[in-house]
Design a binder for this molecule. Structure first.
Ligand code: AMP
Length: 413
C-alpha cells in the first residue's frame, strides 16, 4: 500500500511517499516560498541517480505546489512511481480541528466545511491544508484523503484544563478555549514511551515537544489531560520566535508605547519574540549555544529563560497528574540539545530523577537517558509525525475499503 503524506504550512509544503508494505520512504521533499518570490521544490527520491533534485519555478498557491510534486513523483528521471493511481491514500496534516474532531477521519464535503469553519482559529494553516486536500482530490480522483488534526489528541482534556477564565459566552459563541497543538507528535511519542515502560495499566507521561514551536502535554493512561498550547500555538513555553505565556497587558502597553496597532504587536509576539527576541541573535538553538559559549550574555539568558519555562510546565504537570513515570524529550531541541535536557532534568533531583550523562550525550536516537536507579525514566524519542499520519491513513483507508467492498457485495446480492 502506497501512502502520500502531505503537510501544508502557511507558505510551505512537506511530503513523504511511503510504501507501507515494507515501511520504506520512497520519496520526500519540501516546497518553500509558496506564493512568494523564489518558490522552489527540493525533491529527495530513494534509489535515484541523485539524492536531491531542486526545481525553481513560480508557484502561486498550494494547488500549484502539489501539482509540481505529483509531476516529480511520476517523472521518468526523478520519480518513484509509474502512475499516480499507485497511491492508495493521502494523509493530510490539518492544524485546527476545533472541538469537532477527536480523531483522524476520511475527508468528505462535510469535513471540508467544518475545516473551513475552523479557519478563523488557524488562519494561516487551515486554508492551506484545505487547498492541499482539494488539489489531491482533483489530481487523484477516487483516492481517499484522510485528515489528521494537530488538535485531536488533546480533545480528551477535561473542561477544568481547557476552559479559559473568560466570560462563558465567548466559549459558547466562538469556542474560545484551550485546544493544544503538536497532537500527532505527543500521541506518537507518548505511545512509544508507554511501550518502553512495558505497557503498564496505569501510566503518567510528560511529553516535551521542543522545536521551533514548543509544547508540553500531560498524558495519563495514554490520554492527554493537559497541554501548554492554547486556542492557538502561541500560548505556553517560550519558543523560537513566539513569546509563549506573557501578561496580556504587555500587548496593550507595547502598542501604546510604540504607537503600534494590535496586528503589529501580535506580529511581534509571534515572529520577533521568544528566544530570538531575548537574544537578538537567532531563533535557532545551535546559533544560541554557539553565541552563549562565545560569551554572549543575552543568548545565554534566552537559553535559561527557555529551560526555566519548560521546568515550570513539567513541574505543574507533575502536580496535575499527582506524579510522573516518564519525561519524554522530542523534536529538534528535545532530540538534540543535551545541555538543555540536562539543565531541565537537574530540577527534578527531588524526585530521585537522574540523567545518565553518557547516554544524554547522544543526538536524535530513541533511548532512555536516565540512570537505571532513576525513579522517573527520562526518554529521548525522535518524533515522526509523518509516520503517525501515514499509519492513521492506512488504518482508515483499509477500513473504508472493507466497508465499500461489503456494501458492493450486499448491493450485488
Ligand atoms: P523542529 O521544529 O522540531 O524542526 O526543531 C527545529 C529546531 O531544533 C531548530 O530551530 C533548532 O533550534 C533546534 N535544533 C536542531 N538541531 C539541533 C542541535 N543539534 N542542537 C540544538 N538544537 C538543535
Amino acid at each position: 500500500m502506497k501512502i502520500l503524506v502531505i503537510n501544508c504550512g502557511s507558505s510551505s509544503l512537506k511530503y513523504q511517499l511511503y510504501n507501507m508494505d515494507n515501511n520504506e520512504v520512497l520519496a520526500k521533499g519540501l516546497v518553500e516560498r509558496i506564493g512568494i518570490d523564489g518558490s522552489n521544490l527540493q525533491h529527495k527520491p530513494a534509489g535515484k541517480a541523485k539524492d536531491k533534485y531542486v526545481f525553481e519555478q513560480p508557484l502561486k498557491n498550494h494547488s500549484e505546489a502539489i501539482k509540481l510534486v505529483m509531476d516529480k513523483l511520476v517523472d521518468p528521471e526523478c520519480g518513484v512511481i509509474a502512475d499516480l493511481s499507485e497511491i492508495n491514500g493521502v494523509g493530510h496534516r490539518v492544524l485546527h480541528g476545533s472541538k469537532f474532531f477527536t480523531e483522524s477521519c476520511v475527508v468528505t464535503e462535510e469535513v471540508k466545511k467544518v475545516v473551513t469553519e475552523c479557519a478563523d482559529l488557524g488562519p494561516l494553516h487551515n486554508p492551506a491544508n484545505l487547498m492541499g486536500i482539494e488539489a489531491c482530490e482533483e489530481l487523484m480522483p477516487g483516492v481517499k484523503n484522510v485528515a489528521v488534526f494537530d488538535t485531536a489528541f488533546h480533545q480528551t482534556m477535561p473542561p477544568k484544563a481547557y476552559m479559559y477564565p473568560l466570560p462563558y459566552e465567548y466559549y459558547e459563541k466562538y469556542n474560545v478555549r484551550r485546544y493544544g497543538f503538536h497532537g500527532t507528535s505527543h500521541r506518537y511519542v507518548s505511545k512509544r514511551a508507554i511501550e518502553m515502560l512495558g505497557n503498564p495499566e496505569h501510566s503518567r507521561v510528560i511529553t516535551c515537544h521542543l522545536g521551533n514551536g514548543s509544547s508540553i502535554a500531560a498524558v495519563k493512561d495514554g490520554k492527554c489531560i493537559d497541554t501548554s498550547m492554547g486556542l492557538t500555538p502561541l500560548e505556553g513555553l517560550v519558543m523560537g520566535t513566539r513569546s509563549g505565556d506573557i501578561d496580556p497587558t504587555c500587548i496593550e502597553f507595547i502598542a501604546h508605547k510604540e504607537n503600534l496597532s494590535l496586528e503589529q504587536v501580535m506580529d511581534i509576539i509571534n515572529k520577533k519574540s521568544g528566544v530570538l527576541g531575548i537574544s537578538g541573535v537567532s531563533s535557532d538553538f545551535r546559533d544560541l549555544d554557539e553565541a552563549a559559549k562565545a560569551g554572549n550574555k543575552r543568548a545565554d539568558l534566552a537559553l535559561r529563560v527557555f529551560s526555566h519555562s519548560v521546568v515550570k510546565y513539567i513541574g505543574s504537570f507533575i502536580a496535575v497528574m499527582n506524579g510522573v513515570d516518564a519525561i519524554v524529550f522530542t523534536a529538534g531541541i528535545g532530540e538534540n540539545d543535551d545541555i538543555i535536557r540536562s539543565r531541565i532534568i537537574e530540577h527534578f533531583d527531588y524526585l530521585d530523577t537522574t540523567l545518565d550523562q553518557k547516554a544524554n550525550k547522544m543526538h536524535g536516537e530513541e533511548r532512555i537517558i536516565s540512570t537505571p536507579e532513576s525513579k522517573v525514566k527520562v526518554i529521548c524519542i525522535p518524533t515522526n509525525e509523518e509516520l503517525a499520519i501515514c499509519r492513521d491513513t492506512v488504518e482508515i483507508v483499509t477500513k473504508k475499503m472493507v466497508e465499500d467492498t461489503v456494501k458492493d457485495v450486499l448491493n450485488n446480492n
